[in-house]
Design a protein around this ligand. Sequence first.
Ligand code: DON
Length: 591
Amino acid sequence: MKTRWSVFSVLGGCLLSLALSVSVDAASRKPVAAPHGMVVSVETQATQAGAEILKKGGNAIDAAVAVGFALAVTQPSAGNIGGGGFMVIRMANGNAVAVDYREKAPGKATPTMYLDDKGQAARNPKITTKDSQGKESNPFTNRIHHLAIGVPGTVAGLTLALEKYGTMPIAQVVQPAVDLAEKGFILTDNIANGLNQVSYIFAQIPASKKVMMRADGKPWQAGDRWIQKDLAETLKRIAKEGRDGFYKGKTAELIEIDMMANGGIITREDLANYQAVIREPIRAKYRGHEIISMPPPSSGGITLAMMLNILEGYDLQKLGHNSSKTLHLMTEAMRRAFADRARHLGDPDFVEMPVPSLISKDHAAQYRATIDPYYASRSEKFGPQLTGPVESTETTHFSVVDQWGNAVSNTYTLEGGYGSHIVIEGAGFLTNNEMGDFNSKPGTTLATGQIGTPPNTIQPNKRMLSSMTPTIVTKDDKPYLVVGSPGGRTIINTTLQLILNVIDHKMTMQEAVDAPRLHHQWFPDVLNIENGVAADVVETLKAMGHKVNMTGFSGGPYVQGDGHSVMIDPKTGQRLGAPDPRSADSAASGH
Ligand code: DON
C-alpha cells in the first residue's frame, strides 16, 4: 500500500524546516526519532509551533497548549477554541491528572429542547445540507443551529493546564497561533478541499461566509494564504488576559450578541461560570503496564480498561495480529464493553456510576466466560438495543513528550467536522455542535441511533458523554506510549489497537499506527474493518457469524481514526513520533 504523508523532522537537534512529502511503502515506514522531545499532530504548522516551544525549553504542557491554540487556526475542521476536549498529563515525577474541558449545556437547556411540538427531532429551516448522495434536507437543530452549541471549554482547559503544569506565560504559547491567524498561512490541498466541501453551508451563515470563504467567492486553492483577522484579535485577548480574554469582556459579549440574534441560549453568565475540572484519571493494569486514561464524562478510559481486562485473558501475541481468532476476541470484548458504556456512563457531576466494578478484573472474567472462541455472540444478549446519538468522526488528537519525560495526550473537538459551522460574528472562531452528543429524546430508544436512557439526557450545566480517549501508558513506572485518536465511538477501539499493537504484537509505534483497524460498538451489530486485513481472515470472521462491513460513510473504503502517537524507547530514551498517514498533513517534529 502506498501512502503519502508529510513529516517535519529534527535530526541531531537541528530543525529541518522543510516539509518532506514522501511516498513510500507503508511497511517500510519508521517513526520520527529525536533524543529529547516530540510533538505529533494532524497538521504540520501546529506541530512545528509545539516543537519550537520544546526547543526553547518549554515543557510538554507548554508545547501542547501551543499546539492546541495553533490548530484552532490551521485545522478548522476540528482544531478549536470554540469546542472542548480532554488532556491527560503525566508529569515526569509520576503524578498524573486528567483535565476535563468538555463543553457544558447552557443554563437554559432543557431535556426536550431538540424536539418539535409533535415530539419529533426539530430541524433548522434556515439551512439546507446535503447527504453523501447529494440529497438536500434541513439539518437537525442539535447539528446546525445556535442551539447546537455547548458552552465552549477549550480555552478554560488549555489555560488551566498551563497554569497548573506549564512553565511559560500564556502570551508566549498563544503567540504562534496569533501569528498564523494574523499573517495567514498557506493552505494545503487537504485544508482547501475540506473548506470547499462545506462552503455551501458557510455561504448560508453570514459570519461564517465572511471568515471561512474566499472574499471573491471562488473555491480555495492549495497555495492560497488564509488570513483570519478576527480570530487573531480573539487570540490576542486570550494572550493578554488568559481565560478571561474568552469568557469575559469583548469575546463573551460577541458570543452573547450572536446567540441573541440567532436563537441561541448561551449567555455571558454561562461563559463566566464555565470551569474546566482536574479529575483523577482512570487507571488500569495491562500485562504489567499502567494505562492512564480519561474518566467520565468521557466513556473512553472505562471502556478501554474493560476491553483490555477482557483481552488480558488471551495470548493475543500467539494468536497473531489481525488473525481471525484475535479479531474475533477483540470484537467480543468491544461488544461487551460498549454495552456497559451505553448502560452506565454520563457526566460524573450528575450521574452515579459503578466505576470500580466496571473496570475490575472480576467483571472482565465474567464477560470472558460468555465468549465463544468460535462463534460471534449476538448483541441483544447483552441487553435491548441502546445505541447512542450518532457521533461524527471529526476531532483531533495530538501527543507530546518533553526532554524531562513529562507527557501530554490531548484530544479535542468541535464534534462534527467544522462543528455547528457557525462562526461568532466579530470573534472569528467556529463553534461546536457538541449538544448533539446528548441523548436528545428522553425515554425513546430507536434502531436509528436515538437513545433515551437517563445518564446522558440534557440538564442545564451538564457535560455530554464523550468517547475521546487520550491515554498514556507507562512501563516500569516510566512513560512509554502517548496515544489517542478522533473518530466518535471508534476512538476507543482505535486507542485499544494502538496499545495492543505495541504491547502484544511488538510493533514499532509507526507500525502500530499504520496497521488496519476494526470497530464494533455493540449496536449496530456490525463489525467495521479497514482494508488491509487479509481477505481469508474477513471470510473467516463472516463464517463465525460477524456481520462485516468494509465501506465508509461516503461509499469509499472504511477508514478509522487518526492516531498521532509517541513511544519512548525504554532502552534508549529516544522519542519516537508516529503521525497517522490517514490524514494528509500529519507531522511529527522533535528535537
Ligand atoms: O466527544 C465525542 O466523543 C465526540 N463528540 C467526538 C466526535 C469525534 O470524534 C469526531 N471525530 N473524529
